[in-house]
Structure formats: C-alpha cells, structure tokens
Design a protein around this ligand. Structure first.
Ligand SMILES: Nc1ncnc2c1ncn2[C@@H]1O[C@H](COP(=O)(O)OP(=O)(O)OP(=O)(O)O)[C@@H](O)[C@H]1O
Length: 339
C-alpha cells in the first residue's frame, strides 16, 4: 500500500492585477483587482515507503507549493494529501514528528550558538531519547564529517559545513520522510558527494523516504531512479529518469584530452562549430540525433593519442525544456488535425 497519497491536489493563490496607464498606481491602491492563479493544478501521485523520488521542474513550476502542502504549511484549495494515514495540514504536530526538511538556501539552525547546542535543542524539541541522539550524532558525524566544526557557532560555518549540519539536524529524530530542497546547491564537488552519500545511506539503512527537488542532474543520477516533473502547476511526467534522459536529452558534451594539439582546420572540418578548443582539451557538443559520442571519440582515437575522455549529459532543465517542446508540438498537431 502506498505510503504517500496525493490526489487531485490544487492550490490557487490570489494575486493583484496591476493596471497600466495614467493614475494606475492610485487606482490599484483605491480599488485593487485580483485574479486567482493555479500554482498547483490537479496533481496526483503515490509514493511507497523507502522510495527516493526527484521532484523537478523549472522555476515557479509549483514544486515548493506542493511540498508545503505535504508538510502541512499550506492548506490545498482542493484535493488531498495523506502521509502514513495523516493529513498533514489537519494534524501538523503529528506530521512534523514524521518528517525532516532541509532547504539548501535557508537554515533551521540557531545562528549564534555552536552546532552541537543546536542539536541539543532539537533533542529537546523532538524529545529524542539520549541513546538515539548519541547513536545518530556518532553515525552522522562519521558519514558527514562534522566533528571538526561541531563546536563552532553556526554563523561562522561555510556553506558546505552548514548544509552538513542542517542535514544532521533534520534527521536526528529519525523521520520517516525527508524533504530536501536543493541540498547540494553551491557546494564543492567533495561536499556534494558526501551529502549524496549520506542521503543514500540513510535511505538504505533506515528506509527513509526521500523527496528531492534539485536542478543538479548529478543529484538525480546518483540518487533517484524515479522522477516527477512538474511545469506550470501540472504534472508532466512521472517515471524512470533514464527514460526521460534517453528520449529528451538532445546532446552530450564530449571532452577529449589529446597528447598534442591537432590543427584547428582539421577539427573544424570534422566537427564545425560544435568543437571548442582549450589547448589539448577539445570539447565537442554531440547532437544525439545525428551521431553518437562513440563515433566522436573514435575519430579522436584514429587521429591522435587520446589521454582522457569525459562525457557530460544535458542538464535536467534542458531535458525538461525539450520535453515541454515535444508536448507543445504534439498538442499543436492534434489541434490542427481536429480542425
Ligand atoms: N504565497 C504566494 N502568493 C502568491 N503566489 C505564490 C505564492 N507562493 C508561490 N506563488 C506562485 O506560485 C507559483 C509556483 O511557485 P513555487 O514556489 O511553488 O515554484 P517552485 O517550482 O518551487 O519554483 P523554484 O524552483 O523557483 O523554487 C509561482 O508562480 C509563484 O509565483
């Protein structure tokens, strides 16, 4: 049976319509006009216990609004949410014991006190037994490497240190679900890896359900096999990440390091403007409709001594743009057929 059930969820916000023309500001002040906008429109999905699901979409798509209804901060205009038998916005206290939340751009830690004191406050608020508290701190400190700054006041932490402390704080009470909003934004590569490793480990060992919003393709690759894509409030896709990438990723960037530089003329003759040169590094934008990365690499191997090869896939925002473009074209075609 599904652990999270979201059914026909809709949230409308009232926003003011601004007039234009003479005296518009005055008219807006005297007689404001409003309209209702759907931030989330008829969204339905279910999630099983222990799943890691990526919830992705462009800015303003409706991700945070959905999450806010799932954590109980916002009440839906219509539709429903049920999490482990609890309706979050009707029973916020019971729901808050089940969930942990991390927002990459904000912190829930107390700014002026050392990290460990913040953790102790969490222990008090959630009434965490000493043994659980100590075991968790030890385990989280090991994976996240927080020992070195656990006595430092939060305001003196770097972004990467703060994010690790935030993750730790959000999981001390053993929540059944964690909502992670851009947990790796702005972090360096090592810290990103630590954070991803931690999320994976918590999911594997504790069966914690993870709902992750991110614009970082690597987060999705490393953590989620299932993604839900929302755009303009509506669910566009719910399924395998691999399917999405296979079908809507238009290109890859192949970077080849060669032992000695090739003549630019020769590279242009083969790849045209798709190649960018950076000394012995050649970056080629491979259009997947026209050729494969393997063909591109084979050409370099044939014409030079190749030292290293890296392939970078299309980022997730572009995948979504491509998907959205395909849907729009299909819509236009079916409208044309109907006429
Ligand atoms: N309190 C509010 N009042 C009015 N409109 C709002 C409110 N909160 C969100 N919106 C609008 O609802 C839409 C969805 O916003 P939401 O924050 O859910 O998007 P998002 O997908 O989380 O975007 P981002 O990736 O930028 O965080 C946007 O058009 C936003 O302007």
């Amino acid at each position: 049976m599904s652990y999270i059930k979201v059914d026909s969820l809709t949230k409308q916000f009232k926003s003011q319509i601004r007039r234009t023309g003479s005296m518009s500001a005055f008219k807006d002040f005297i007689a404001p006009r409003h309209e209702l906008k759907d931030a989330v429109k008829d969204v339905s999905f279910t999630i099983d216990k222990g799943e890691i699901v990526g919830y992705i979409g462009p800015n303003g798509a409706g991700k945070s609004t959905t999450i806010k209804m799932m954590v109980g901060i916002l009440v839906p205009t219509s539709g429903s949410v049920e999490i482990g038998g609890i309706v979050p916005y009707e029973n916020r206290l019971a729901n808050s014991r089940k969930i942990g939340v991390v927002f990459g751009q904000r912190t829930q830690l107390w700014w002026d006190i050392p990290v460990i004191e913040t953790f102790k406050l969490m222990q008090y608020i959630y009434d965490i037994p000493d043994r659980q508290f100590e075991t968790n701190i030890r385990q989280f400190a090991d994976i996240l490497g927080i020992d070195e700054f656990v006595n430092t006041p939060v305001r003196q932490l770097s972004l990467g240190q703060r994010m690790r402390a935030d993750l730790c704080a959000a999981l001390l009470h053993n929540p059944e679900i964690v909502y992670l909003d851009e947990p790796t934004i702005g972090l360096d590569v090592d810290v990103k890896e630590r954070v991803r490793g931690f999320i994976k480990e918590i999911n594997r060992t504790r069966e914690t359900t993870v709902i992750l919003t991110t614009h970082d393709t690597a987060d999705l690759d490393k953590l989620c096999s299932r993604v839900m894509v929302i755009d303009r409030g509506s669910m566009m896709y719910d399924g395998e990440l691999s399917y999405l990438k296979r079908n809507y990723s238009s290109h890859e960037i192949v970077t080849v390091e060669i032992e000695s530089e090739l003549p630019e003329r020769m590279l242009r003759a083969r790849f045209g403007s798709a190649v960018t040169l950076d000394g012995r590094l050649c970056h080629v934008r491979v259009d997947r409709e026209r050729e494969s990365s393997a063909d591109c690499i084979a050409w370099f191997i044939h014409n030079s001594r190749v030292l290293d090869v890296k392939i970078r896939e299309t980022d997730i925002d572009e995948v979504i743009r491509n998907m959205y473009g395909t849907f729009k074209n299909a819509e236009r075609e079916s409208e044309a057929e109907a006429q």
